[in-house]
Design a binder for this molecule. Sequence first.
Ligand SMILES: Nc1ncnc2c1ncn2[C@@H]1O[C@H](COP(=O)(O)OP(=O)(O)O)[C@@H](O)[C@H]1O
Ligand SMILES: [Mg+2]
Length: 177
Amino acid sequence: MSSSQRGFTLWFTGLSGSGKTTVSRIVERELRQRGLKVEPLDGDIVRQGLTRDLGFSKEDRDKNIERVTFVAKLLTRNGVAVLCSFISPYRAQRQISREEIGEFIEVYVECSVEECAARDVKGLYAKALAGQIPNFTGVSDPYEAPEHPEIVIRTAQETPEESAAIILGYLEQNGYI
Ligand SMILES: Nc1ncnc2c1ncn2[C@@H]1O[C@H](COP(=O)(O)OP(=O)(O)O)[C@@H](O)[C@H]1O
Ligand SMILES: [Mg+2]
């Protein structure tokens, strides 16, 4: 079964603190339990290595996603389930990723700026709202929500487990797992 695994990339996009990492970790665990080869690519980790030379200007954000897309493409075509968790705020860049990767499943992690700021997982919203972080998505930088994502999860209304179940349901219904 796993030798004929069909590769795909689940692309989580959403504001900082919306729940990309939290939900993708649950999905990762579930996919591994089913015997799939899984590779998570998470913004916070990728930015410490592969793209540590990049900042948060539009140009650098696009470069960040461009490099990640290259890696996701290689893995996807080798039958891996790739879980990409990146704010990836620009619609046009996500469209390029979609075209490059092919088996691309966009997961819009929907959560208001107000809710993300109330969670403030990393304490960044407080600083951004105080004007101390330029280019902070949702506060001092744009976020372009997906217009036609394959999946929408609403993390202010769902538990992380419920959000993960929606994603797994989509993968089952569409023959990915
Ligand atoms: N339904 C939900 N899905 C995901 N995260 C949730 C949900 N409800 C509450 N949370 C909380 O929101 C925060 C999301 O943080 P994180 O996953 O690091 O976001 P991101 O990776 O998008 O920056 C966590 O503290 C998590 O416990
Ligand atoms: Mg994260």
